[in-house]
Design a protein around this ligand. Structure first.
Ligand code: PLP
Length: 416
């Protein structure tokens, strides 16, 4: 369908007619069907924190495959993975594995509704929580006033249960709560937004959400599908010291395969069937191959992994900054660990929310993307996505990337 099985994989967002078709990947490199090599900064949308096809993960996957591809029954390995996760995410007292981030957030919202016996969810403009109907909603011109379905096929009645607030703006959250007092089941947030470029939370924002959720009797859901095991071992909740009621994980916990999880306080999670009345199920949930990939990946992560990711990502950011300044292109970079956002913007000094993201120049990003891919650097094919760095990226990779960026920023400056 359109050549792709997920829309952002098409290169429409960067004004190209066709995407590249990948034949294989190894470490920091991707190869297309025409045998071109690229340094990969998409990293399977953040999942491949160790780079592609790490031999230790591949070995674990092969071993698991030999034991059986799936049983649709419990295994001790699911328990092992859950315990590894809980060690770093103690707020996930009980958890459930699912197969995608979409399922995790959708189920988290269902549990929150069941726990609070309320119906409305507050989300933030520019945050993405997968494609369940209730999350395909964006803010209208008056934020916290209108909820507009962002996809055909989402009914207005479903959209009306989602209130949209502005990221990094507690006042907009207060306004949403005031509009629907005693009706908010949950506030869901990407604790570092990674679906509108990279937008970090401003000082006090996450703590403020914790306070507002408590005051209005709602649950706080951190969608850490990207940030979990990405920005630190304990995710954004450890990095910023704010504990949510429910956490959603995905991407890194599957080491490149399809597994995700949601979990939280015992009193909340014990509402999920078979312990409680909230129905949620999945034929492939906790698939043993994905679980093996997850266990072997998490075993390889330690504090020193994040120190290395920080060092190499800082080198990339600084290289990009130097290259853009030299070219005369006006570019902002926002980074949290190995998540880096590039914004072509000549008016602002920082990007804090989607309204500000919307003032960035998409055309410049398209030109930059095209110039980079022509030089063997694979960036996200959308100005609203995150550049991910993996432990497989070497100093040499970064140097080659920065060299390509110097030329590519000049291409942007020339066209503008
Ligand atoms: C923050 C966040 N939540 C949820 C999802 C949905 O995950 P999935 O694509 O596995 O359904 C994504 C996907 O990119 C995401 O970035």
């Amino acid at each position: 369908m359109g050549g792709v099985n997920s829309p952002v994989r098409s290169f429409k967002g960067v004004s190209r007619e066709y995407p590249i078709f990948i034949s294989r990947a190894k470490g920091s490199k991707l190869y297309d069907e025409d045998h071109n090599e690229y340094i990969d900064y998409v990293c399977s949308w953040g999942a491949s924190i160790l780079g592609s096809a790490d031999p230790r993960v591949v070995r674990a996957v092969k071993k698991a495959a030999e034991r059986g591809l799936g049983f649709g029954a419990a295994t001790k390995y699911e328990v092992e993975l859950a315990e590894m996760i809980r060690k770093h995410f103690p707020s996930m007292q009980l958890m459930r594995f699912v197969s995608s981030g979409t399922e995790a957030t959708m189920s988290a919202a269902r549990v929150a509704r069941a726990f609070t016996k309320r119906e409305k969810i507050i989300k933030f403009d520019g945050c993405y929580h997968g494609h369940a109907d209730g999350f395909l909603v964006r803010g209208g011109s008056g934020l916290a006033t209108f909820s507009i379905a962002d996809s055909a096929g989402v009914s207005e009645s479903v959209a009306s249960f989602t209130l949209v607030a502005r990221y990094n703006d507690l006042k907009s959250v207060e306004a949403a709560i005031e509009r629907s007092p005693n009706e908010i089941a949950a506030i869901i947030v990407e604790p570092v937004a990674g679906n509108m470029g990279v937008v970090p939370p401003v000082e006090g924002f996450l703590k403020g959400l914790r306070r507002l959720a408590d005051e209005c009797g709602a649950l706080l859901i951190f969608d850490e599908v990207i940030t979990g095991f990405r920005v630190s071992l304990g995710g954004a909740q450890a990095l910023f010291g704010v504990t949510p009621d429910i956490t959603c994980l995905g991407k890194v916990i599957g080491g490149g395969l399809n597994i995700a999880a949601y979990g939280g306080k015992e009193e909340v999670m014990k509402l999920v069937s078979p312990l409680g009345p909230v129905y949620q199920a999945g034929t492939l949930s906790g698939n043993p191959i994905a679980v093996a990939a997850g266990i072997s990946t998490l075993k390889l992560l330690s504090n020193s992994t994040y120190n290395r990711l920080e060092k190499i990502s800082r080198k990339l950011e600084e290289g990009f900054k130097g290259a853009s300044e030299e070219s005369g292109a006006r570019v902002l970079f926002q980074r949290v660990g190995s998540m880096l956002g590039i914004f072509f913007n000549d008016k602002l000094n920082a990007i804090r929310n989607y309204d500000e993201v919307a003032t960035c120049d998409r055309k410049s990003y398209s030109i930059f993307f095209g110039a980079m891919i022509d030089r063997g650097i694979y960036l996200p094919p959308s100005p609203f996505e995150t550049i991910f760095v993996s432990t497989a990226h070497s100093d040499r990779d970064i140097e080659r990337t920065v060299q390509a960026a110097a030329e590519s920023f000049r291409s942007v400056a020339k066209v503008l």
